[in-house]
Design a protein around this ligand. Structure first.
Ligand code: ZN
Length: 236
């Protein structure tokens, strides 16, 4: 079996909650979508409901040519919300995103989603979650949490902004399915008054490294799939 690679993008405004701009949405995301399409591969674009409202043409493009998923309503911290508020916000996000196509995949902002809230995901219509993260200490691979298929994230987006010779070592060791995380704002130069992880390695360099990463896995015979593909049901 070849390696399976999932390129996932948390589609949000610029480095929340530290900035309020949308430069990544305006400049970064269209460029990234075009790159993937040129390479003949699909990504998983997990939009906040608000970004889908503000950039409907990008949400539509994700739904038609890639996978459109959900990253909350407005990049809220679900661990700070009660179940009622969590349900309300997820339903609202699902209502907005469903206008563009069927949505089954979710990742919570800041990797924060209490285990006892997973039944709400199923209730709202999600089948897949990718909030658990190996770089945050998650030890299991792909598993079920209640009725939700959990496909843990493999690595933080800081790794994919390191110099290529350094990050290449990581890619060789990652276990399939490899779930990478990117953000639209990484592909525009972010200002240095923000936290270092908001600006380190951002801009054209990040874009070139994404292309190098895609080429590396294409050369190695990897299969690029989406989170939804992992459900393994052709009707989903
Ligand atoms: Zn996020």
């Amino acid at each position: 079996m070849g390696t399976k690679v999932i390129l996932s993008f948390d589609v949000e405004h610029d480095c929340p909650p530290f900035a309020e701009t949308r430069r990544g949405m305006e400049w970064g995301l269209p460029k990234v979508m075009s790159l993937l399409e040129r390479k003949g591969i699909r990504g998983t674009f997990l939009f906040t409901g608000r970004m889908a409202e503000e950039f409907p043409e990008l949400a539509e493009r994700a739904a038609k040519r890639h996978e459109l998923g959900c990253h909350g309503l407005e990049h809220e911290r679900f661990d700070r919300l009660n179940t009622e508020e969590t349900r309300r916000r997820l339903m609202e996000a699902m209502r907005i995103l469903s206008d563009f196509g069927k949505v089954v995949s979710f990742r919570a902002p800041n990797f924060q989603f209490p285990d006892e809230y997973y039944p709400i995901l199923r209730e709202v219509g999600f089948l897949v979650d990718s909030t658990k993260a190996k770089h945050k200490g998650w030890k299991k691979g792909v598993t079920k949490i209640g009725e939700i298929l959990e496909i843990p994230a493999t690595t933080t987006s800081i790794v994919t902004r390191l110099p290529w010779v350094i990050q290449e070592r990581f890619h060789k060791k990652f276990e399939s399915p490899i779930v990478y995380i990117f953000h639209p704002w990484e592909f525009v130069r972010m200002p240095k008054h923000l936290r270092p992880d908001c600006w380190f390695g951002t801009g054209d360099g990040a874009f070139k490294k994404l292309e190098a990463l895609i080429d590396y896995h294409l050369k190695g015979g990897a299969e690029f799939i989406t989170l939804r593909d992992m459900v393994g049901d052709p009707n989903v």
